[in-house]
Write a new protein. Structure first.
Ligand code: SAH
Ligand code: SF4
Length: 353
């Protein structure tokens, strides 16, 4: 299902059908969210049969859905080999007809960040381009016709740039004008900072895809202690990559900073963050750390979070405190993990299939 329109065109031509049928198939899948060949009513029956023989089918299915009291929906999706990941639908606070979807790119994650449930779990496997895109097709079905998914963020399970090829193809599919047609600026790739792949993303998409960097610490020793990736690509290399990322005018890189009590929340950290980011067009999101069962690390008090924000804004950064959404169904940042494993956060009263 992850063929591009031109690839579908080649596919139908090889089977003796006119080329325009290729675009019709792409349209059914990515515009209509229809993957059952029998429902593709404008295609001749033999072609529908060929599609079925080719194995066209949903690459993932919804195993269960979990509604949070704040309107956030978590979908647990299952892949053909039984692996499961999660995707989260987050209605905009001031207009719930507009939805942001958080999607996964890997089962688990190899990066090993100590504050993150996916990192603690380790990498099981990459997801395919089809599995990644299908999360959004299923998400769109879930939100229904009177609401729409406007933003997609790669902030679920996994490090998207570690699965570069599948993620890059998924980006092309998600933003294709004949398909879901999401705006590139409204698709955010969040990375722990794989420098070569940041460069690749910048050149492959001319900087049009929104980039978010998980910074989380502003000195190499501190960052390496909580994010092992920093031992390979340190802060000097990372900030150099951000400086050369081909941003268009008015566009800014998002800096994510998970605040962890006693680890990265001192006044000195605030001052050094301003120094580190000087001259890079950024907006900073502070995320008070969501608790995970595998770690004793915790968020600072709210008043401390606000003081940290003020220390940054006073020095000229634009800084937002990201409200935790969906934490009553373990759908908040960093809480997504393998379904059913003991290391995850399981909240009482939430049914799990
Ligand atoms: N692997 C990518 C994207 C997935 S994580 C990345 O690291 O950027 C999405 C965001 O949630 C990242 O900024 C990540 O650092 C953050 N995060 C991970 N665990 C968290 C936790 N326990 N509390 C708050 N944020 C967390
Ligand atoms: Fe992986 Fe991101 Fe979690 Fe780090 S924060 S372990 S990179 S998912």
């Amino acid at each position: 299902m992850a063929r591009l329109p031109e690839e579908w065109t080649a596919w139908v031509r090889e089977r003796g059908e006119p080329g325009y049928r290729g675009k019709q198939i792409f349209h059914w899948i990515h515009r209509q969210g229809v993957l059952d060949p029998d429902e593709m009513s404008n295609l001749p029956k033999p072609l529908r049969e060929r599609l079925r023989e080719d194995g066209l089918a949903w690459p993932i299915e919804v195993a269960s859905t979990h509604a949070s009291s704040d309107g956030t929906h978590k979908l647990l999706v299952r892949m053909p080999d039984g692996e499961r990941v999660e995707t989260v639908l987050i209605p905009q606070l001031d207009d719930d007809r507009v939805v942001t979807q958080c999607i996964s790119s890997q089962v688990g994650c190899a990066m090993g960040c100590v504050f993150c449930a996916s990192g603690v779990a380790g990498l099981k496997r990459h997801m395919t381009d089809a599995e990644i895109v299908a999360q959004v097709l299923l998400g769109r079905r879930e939100v229904g016709s009177d609401r729409r998914i406007r933003n997609v963020v790669f902030m679920g399970m996994g490090e998207p740039l570690h699965n570069y090829d599948a993620v890059a193809r998924a980006l092309v599919l998600l933003t294709h004008p004949d398909g879901l047609d999401l705006s590139k600026r409204r698709v955010t790739v969040s990375t722990s900072g794989l420098v070569n792949q940041i460069d690749r993303l910048g050149s492959d998409f001319q900087g049009q895809v929104q980039l978010a960097i998980s910074l989380h610490a502003v000195r190499d020793d501190a960052r390496s202690a909580i994010m092992p990736v920093n031992r390979k690509d340190g802060l000097a290399e990372l900030t150099a990559a951000l400086r050369r990322y081909p941003l268009s005018k008015r566009q800014r890189i998002t800096i994510e900073y998970t605040l962890i009590r006693g680890v990265n929340d001192s006044p000195r950290d605030a001052v050094e963050m301003v120094e580190l980011l000087r001259g890079i067009p950024v907006k900073v999101n502070l995320i008070p750390m969501n608790p995970i069962s595998a770690s004793d690390l915790r968020a600072p008090d709210t008043s401390h979070v606000v003081r940290f924000q003020q220390a940054l804004t006073r020095r000229g950064l634009s800084v937002f405190i990201r409200k935790t959404r969906g934490d009553d169904v373990a759908a908040a940042c960093g809480q997504l993990a393998f379904h059913g494993e003991s290391r995850r956060t399981v909240h009482p009263g939430v049914s799990r299939a």
